[in-house]
Ligand binder design. Structure first.
Ligand code: AMP
Length: 403
């Protein structure tokens, strides 16, 4: 990936002090035990590689939403032991991220040790993107590696200003994410298809407007499809039985017109699963659009005919980008469509016929529920940053490392 600076561009790192901006914002229980180590685990390869090149690594990150300094709930000290375990190296925690304490700790750092500094967001300057704070942060180090893709949509001090203060590069995780998303949307093998699901049109307007100009086929499913179906004249859909947003009907029509102008085929549900109640295993049935009951039932998933239609379209394309579940995947059996389409995409991917990239919020858990988390080409764990990329926005933390 020549467009961005990578670790290779930093030259010889032997004996150098390298600051690594990671995302260690991991979920924790009330006793400060990490409940999911995915973010820690994904940071480890970059740390190990830097150490193997002879660098001394100083790790920084944000953590939660602290209310100023000393908010122990949001201290990165809780992450030191889990990081040590994942890394198999001693992790020394410093209870500040700038100033003499950090400088002294770096001076007395032993080979084979990693320093972990306190939460960047203890300082309000971090979120403000403050340049002086960024300079303070990187003062004691020789080079800077930015590996927190999930924060790349924020122009925070550690994501942008700090990068400009020293020789800097992407870490391997950032590189992997940017590569995958570039293959998915910026430079895809065509035909390119997108699947967008989730609850409401209003939250995904920018996304849809960008996609209809870029993709060849767009599947709209989940709750948001109801507004498009209503806009297409499916009068059986109403506010009592679905998530239709009446104030968005015109917008939906405009999106479909833009799609048409750009030769983007829109694929909407042709049958739906309606349920008596909003709970797992509730009484349900699959109906064609003209037989959707006006009340007493809710549209919670799409039916087998729709699944077959989406899967047939998948057979025709070379690249898939996916955000949002096709139905209420959190409750059985309304995860059926999401599961079947995900499994078909996974099969095509494994057979080398499809590049599949997915991400953003609930999508990761929906695909994990379908058992395909390791069978897509790439599943991004970055929520907001992935969505902004799909919306076609430039991410400040990525752009800053363009060559
Ligand atoms: P989003 O955060 O917008 O991607 O939406 C994800 C949520 O959409 C999930 O919690 C799903 O349960 C929900 N969802 C998907 N399809 C439907 C539907 N037909 N009715 C209600 N909620 C849905």
């Amino acid at each position: 990936m020549s467009e961005y600076r990578t670790i290779e561009d930093l030259g010889n790192l032997n004996g150098k002090v390298v600051m690594l901006r990671a995302d260690l914002n991991v979920p924790m229980d009330e006793n400060f035990n990490v409940t999911n180590t995915a973010r820690i685990d994904r940071t480890v390869p970059t740390i190990k590689e830097l150490m193997s090149k002879g660098a001394k690594v100083v790790v920084i990150s944000h953590f939660g939403r602290p209310e100023g300094k000393g908010d122990i709930k949001n201290s990165l000290s809780h992450v030191a032991k889990p990081l040590e375990k994942a890394l198999g190296k001693k992790v020394v925690f410093v209870d500040d991220c700038i100033g003499p304490k950090v400088e002294n700790a770096i001076k007395s750092m032993k080979a084979d040790e990693v320093l972990l500094l306190e939460n960047l967001r203890y300082y309000n300057e971090e979120k403000k993107g403050d340049e002086n704070f960024a300079k303070e942060l990187t003062k004691p180090v020789d080079a800077y590696v930015s590996d927190a893709f999930s924060t790349a949509h924020r122009a925070h001090a550690s994501m942008v200003a700090a990068v400009k203060t020293k020789p800097a590069a992407f870490g391997r995780l950032m590189e992997e994410e940017v590569n995958a998303l570039t293959k998915g949307l910026n430079n895809p093998q065509r035909p390119l298809m997108a699947i967008v699901g989730g609850s409401k049109v209003s939250t995904k307007l920018d996304l849809l407007n960008n996609l209809v100009k870029k993709v060849d086929k767009l599947v709209i499913s989940g709750g948001m499809a109801h507004t498009f179906m209503k806009a297409n004249g499916i009068n059986t859909i109403n506010e009592a039985n679905s998530l239709v947003q009446i104030d968005m009907l015109e917008t939906a029509k405009e999106i479909m017109a833009t799609a048409k102008a750009n030769n983007c085929e829109i694929i909407l549900p042709v049958d739906v699963v309606v349920s008596k109640e909003f709970k797992p295993m509730a009484e349900h049935k699959t109906v064609d659009l003209e037989h959707i009951p006006a009340e007493g039932w809710s549209l919670l998933d799409v039916g087998e005919k729709t699944i077959a239609a989406i899967n047939a379209k998948l057979d025709e394309v070379k690249t898939l980008v996916w955000n949002g579940p096709l139905g209420v995947f959190e409750m059985k059996p309304f995860d059926n469509a999401t599961n079947k389409v995900a499994q078909h995409a996974a099969q095509l991917t494994q057979a080398g016929k499809l590049t599949s990239v997915a991400g953003g919020g609930d999508t990761v858990s929906a695909l994990a529920n379908a058992g395909v988390e390791n069978k897509f080409s790439y599943i991004s764990t970055a929520g907001g940053a992935f969505l902004e990329w799909m919306e076609g926005k430039e991410l400040p933390g990525v752009v800053v490392l363009k060559k």
